[in-house]
Design a protein around this ligand. Structure first.
Ligand code: NDP
Length: 266
């Protein structure tokens, strides 16, 4: 019997998850199907119940449904609770299990693919939306020495910093350089830059943009021009999917070959 999974969002046509999971399944010999489904903006919960009734075993959740998925889950992992958002659902024994694999995906990409140990690092996160929220606790757990959150709307970064007991600074106050600067804003989606002083970058800085595109983003270009090493979020995308695949199938697929296929297709 073939187990059924898929990704839910609105819109969803752009999703790379079906390709990633079909490559994982082929690589590990798992008998699954993985589709994509656009649910109506106001129809997430009813759509989900129908999928469960049809026999789906799990689903990834994309924008804008991650908060609703958090609300509908009967059982939440600690990392989903910290993120207050769910991107991976498992349907088992009549219950809905919710998890969030974004933070683990970032950590796996940094430490596993980019060979960047996080212990004792000074980290700046730019952005205070859902993506930032999902990675803060995993970065703290990975042993960073300092974590500062900054955001265009300062109040949002201050609220996040208070929740996770770290510090917030206004963008213009970020004058010192950091070991790791993470762009968790959606500015790159529109080819824009967060208004950050270039002094945050130094020759030992890794500048990581969670967004990914065929060419380096404006944030990556600015960081490189100021001496930093750069990376985009494609590795995080593949690694968060690998975490979800592991939750469902109990096998952690190799991410490097899948990342290389996706990179070629950008
Ligand atoms: P949200 O909409 O929740 O948050 C957007 C954030 O970006 C806010 O902090 C917002 O600031 C800030 N922002 C938007 N435009 C600008 C701008 N022009 N200048 C400065 N700040 C700006 O988005 P998400 O947190 O869900 O996603 C953020 C990014 O992370 C996206 O690019 C997304 O593609 C990427 N992502 C990548 C993943 C991966 O696996 N690689 C996984 C998840 C997300 P304000 O509060 O002031 O509005």
């Amino acid at each position: 019997m073939t187990d059924r999974y898929g990704v839910l969002g609105h819109p969803i046509a752009h999703s790379k998850s079906p390709l990633i999971h079909s490559l994982f399944a082929a690589q590990t010999g798992q008998n699954i199907t993985y589709g994509q489904l656009q649910l109506p903006i106001n129809g997430f919960v009813s759509g989900l119940k129908q999928l469960i009734a049809e026999g789906w075993q799990g689903a990834n959740v994309s924008l804008p449904f991650k908060t609703e998925a958090f609300g509908v889950a009967n059982v939440l992992t600690a990392r989903a609770q910290a993120a207050q958002a769910v991107n991976t659902l498992t349907f088992m024994n009549g219950l809905i299990y919710g998890d969030n694999t974004d933070g683990a995906g970032l950590i796996a990409d940094l430490t596993g693919s980019l060979l960047y140990p996080l212990q004792k690092k000074r980290v700046l996160i730019i952005g205070a939306g859902g993506a930032a929220r999902g990675v803060i606790q995993p970065l703290i757990d990975a042993g960073v020495a300092q974590l500062i959150i900054t955001n265009r709307t300062y109040e949002k970064s201050a609220a996040l910093a208070k929740f996770f007991q770290v510090d917030a600074l206004a963008l213009h106050e970020c004058v010192n350089s950091f070991d790791l600067v993470i762009n968790a804003t959606s500015a790159s989606v529109s080819g824009l830059l967060p208004d950050i002083p270039v002094s945050v970058f130094g020759p030992y800085t890794l500048a990581y943009d969670m967004f990914y595109a065929k060419e380096p983003t404006a944030f990556m270009r600015l960081a490189a021009a100021n001496g930093a090493r750069t990376a985009d979020g494609l590795g995080m995308l593949v690694a968060q999917a690998a975490e979800a695949f592991f939750i469902w199938r109990g096998i952690y697929p190799a991410t490097a070959p899948v990342l290389s296929v996706l990179r070629q297709k950008l």
